[in-house]
Design a protein around this ligand. Structure first.
Ligand SMILES: Cc1ncc(COP(=O)(O)O)c(C=O)c1O
Length: 414
């Protein structure tokens, strides 16, 4: 179906493609506000994957038989579609991984282990997800490189003066999250990339919370590497993407070895195949690639601009409603263009886990914890927060239900 309309998104029509959103527990319909963890999967994506299994399933790498030809074609074309979606130059620049985390590890192991040394600095931000923070920390320990963090200011934004101070000729790579999964902050990733390039450093952007929710153009950002996950963008679990500039990927050695990625193997040595296959050894996630392709088609039929606007409005609405509650503390910038579609907060006197459990009594799905940003929570001075995160199918009415449920928590814990 087409969702194109003159202005706003037709949320009701979209919701019909998600049977899971009709589910009820104890007579209450699910309010799904845990989209930063994983989004729901619309019927066309599920159908594309089940059609693949019903009609075309075979291993790829261009077997001779019809089914393998068909599966290989579908798998390869999915790379082209993703390249087009983020405005990469072509399939050579799109490596399918398991998720964002694997993309970060791929780069850290293949580039970082080989290139970093005691004279180098890796510059991160204080709002990095553990997927990049822990990975670079460990690679730095093994190579002797040091890790520095761009400060987050009291508004939840990056201190760009501090960034300009930290990024210097010793910087080997700047690794920054595009949209913070805790603060919701949309970071100036082009500016950070420019700073990195001015000092001959590389830039890596963690786009796990950006690609699903807003138009992303890797060429415009000029990032050297950029990663994201299928399951946060209406696609399946088990597939993610590492984008890299072709000339950089050509020079990198693979970090996983095996079949499907080689050119020539002898008992003594091996040489690698073409991009992107040299980074995709073994049987890849074929049905998942078909699903990711369908998810990209589905998102673009709605329009990434309109998805961004819808989420920005919902986040601003949630921010305003929560801010009006005197006993609620919100983290990150106020609603507006530099806040993505999520809001993390705490209710005074109630632990985030208890609050989330009370939300669950109302069948409201939100997440409690440190959201894989422990050092950032330490800095905020709280062990955990509750996060409501929105997607294209969420409504203001659902935000109202979230805010109304706070009263229960107050009554129980007052
Ligand atoms: C900003 C950010 N980076 C990385 C990740 C890791 O994604 P995945 O678990 O799909 O590897 C997440 C997931 O929550 C995230 O929000």
């Amino acid at each position: 179906m087409s969702h194109q309309q003159a202005d706003a998104i037709d949320v009701e029509a979209i919701r019909e493609e998600f049977p899971i959103l009709q589910r009820e527990f104890d007579g209450q319909q699910v309010v799904y506000l845990d989209n930063a963890a994983t989004t729901q999967t619309p019927d066309p994506v599920v159908d594309a994957m089940s059609d693949y299994y019903r009609e075309s399933n075979a291993n790829v790498h261009r077997g001779i038989h019809h089914l393998s030809q068909e599966a290989s074609e579908a798998y390869e074309v999915a790379h082209d579609r993703v390249a087009e979606f983020i405005n990469a130059d072509g399939r050579e620049e799109i490596i399918f991984t398991k998720n964002t985390t694997e993309g970060e590890n791929l780069l850290a192991y293949s580039w970082g282990l080989a290139e970093l040394g005691p004279e180098d600095t890796v510059v991160l931000t204080e709002m990095e997800h553990h997927a990049s923070l822990v990975t670079w920390q460990q690679i730095a320990k093994r190579t002797g490189a040091s890790v520095e963090y761009i400060r987050v200011d009291e508004t939840g934004r990056l201190d760009m003066d501090h960034a300009a101070e930290l990024i210097d000729d010793d910087t080997a790579i700047v690794s920054a999250v595009h949209v913070s999964n805790t603060l919701g902050t949309v970071n100036p990733v082009s500016e950070l990339t420019d700073l990195a390039h001015e000092h001959g450093a590389l830039s890596f952007i963690d786009g796990a919370q950006a690609v699903p929710n807003r138009p992303v153009d890797v060429t415009e950002i000029d990032a050297d590497f950029y990663a994201f996950s299928g399951h946060k963008m209406a696609g399946p679990t088990g597939i993610g993407v590492l984008y890299g500039k072709q000339n950089l990927l050509e020079d990198l050695n693979p970090y996983l070895y095996g079949g499907g990625m080689i050119r020539k193997v002898t008992f003594e040595d091996s040489t690698w195949g073409e991009l992107p296959w040299k980074f995709e050894p073994g049987t890849p996630p074929i049905a998942e690639a078909v699903g990711l392709h369908a998810a990209v088609d589905w998102l673009e039929a709605i329009g990434m601009d309109r998805i961004e606007t819808h989420e920005e409005e919902l986040a601003a609405y949630a921010y305003d409603r929560l801010e009006a509650e005197e006993d609620v503390e919100i983290y990150g910038p106020e609603g507006g263009p530099d806040r993505g579609g999520l809001v993390s907060f705490n209710l005074e006197g109630v632990h985030a886990h208890d609050l989330t459990s009370i939300m669950n009594d109302h069948t409201i799905a939100v997440r409690a914890g440190d959201h894989c940003t422990q050092p950032l929570h330490d800095k905020l001075g709280v062990p955990a927060s509750t996060r409501a995160s929105f997607y294209v199918y969420n409504t203001r009415d659902e935000v109202d239900k979230l805010v109304a449920a706070l009263d229960d928590a107050r009554q129980l814990f007052a």
